[in-house]
Ligand binder design. Structure first.
Ligand SMILES: Nc1ncnc2c1ncn2[C@@H]1O[C@H](COP(=O)(O)OP(=O)(O)O)[C@@H](O)[C@H]1O
Ligand SMILES: [Mg+2]
Length: 237
């Protein structure tokens, strides 16, 4: 039976007096690929940052049967919760391989780190070709691949992906999502945040719709794709 790997209960994020996330609740089961879709400014990034404990929040966050609100972000990385941030966040002046190794900084199993690096190069051959190139000179799509690869170096159980398609040409979006699908197929649980609702609903089995800091719809991807409200607001129909 599926069990919750991540659960948020009444999660709230405030910036000064402004409420960006207004008490949302959702669950991600182990092995699932779930999306959170919504327009620019809906509160998606704030939600992911709160889950990764990069910003303060109120409400409960349960991860792997543990309450994690009081834990620092690095403790979560060690527990297998990794965020691939909006805008990639690669270290522009470091090389590809140096960026990848940053994802394993908390690990000491050097032999397994080397084998994971080879595995990631197998999944992302472009990164292998460019392993000595500084990350700042990579294309947007290559930087997105690198950000995903860096997160994989931490051996995540749960990957939080913030707008991996942003700013990429359609062909590159396809390639990035092919990688995301492969990662999911290996058993990594994924919470995907996207403004590109159609794409997100096509790869995920379930989705939540976020509007002005609140979750307004939650359903299977098939139901959301067929929902007239979703079609009008997010699918341009
Ligand atoms: N650091 C910040 N300080 C103040 N307001 C912020 C900050 N980050 C985000 N916001 C505001 O919070 C709301 C939600 O933003 P965000 O979580 O980035 O949404 P999304 O990722 O869905 O576009 C927006 O109104 C945004 O302007
Ligand atoms: Mg965002």
């Amino acid at each position: 039976m599926a069990r919750a790997l991540l659960e948020a209960l009444n999660l709230q994020v405030h910036y000064g007096g402004i409420a960006a996330v207004k008490g949302i609740s959702f669950v991600v089961e182990e092995g699932e690929m779930v999306c959170l879709i919504g327009a620019n400014g809906a509160g998606k990034t704030s939600t992911l940052k709160a889950l990764a404990r990069m910003i303060p929040s109120r409400g409960e966050i349960h991860y792997d049967r543990e309450r994690i609100e009081a834990l620092p972000g690095h403790a979560l990385i060690a527990r297998g919760l990794a965020l691939v941030p909006e805008g990639r966040g690669v270290f522009a002046r470091l090389t590809v391989v140096e960026n990848l190794m940053m994802g394993a900084y908390h690990r000491e199993d050097s032999r397994e780190i080397s084998s994971d690096l080879e595995k990631i190069y197998g999944l992302l051959p472009r990164l292998k070709e460019r392993r000595t190139q500084v990350a700042g000179t990579l294309s947007g799509g290559e930087q997105q691949m690198l950000a995903i690869g860096r997160a994989l170096m931490g051996r995540p159980r749960l990957l939080l992906l913030d707008e991996p398609s942003m700013g990429l040409a359609p062909l590159m979006v396809e390639k990035v999502f092919e990688v995301v699908r492969k990662v999911a197929a290996e058993g990594v649980t994924i919470l995907l945040v996207e403004q590109n609702a159609r794409l997100a609903l096509e790869v995920c089995s379930r989705g939540y719709v976020m509007e002005s800091g609140a979750i307004t719809l939650a359903d299977s991807s098939a139901a959301l794709l067929a929902d007239p409200r979703v079609r009008a607001a997010y699918l341009g129909e």
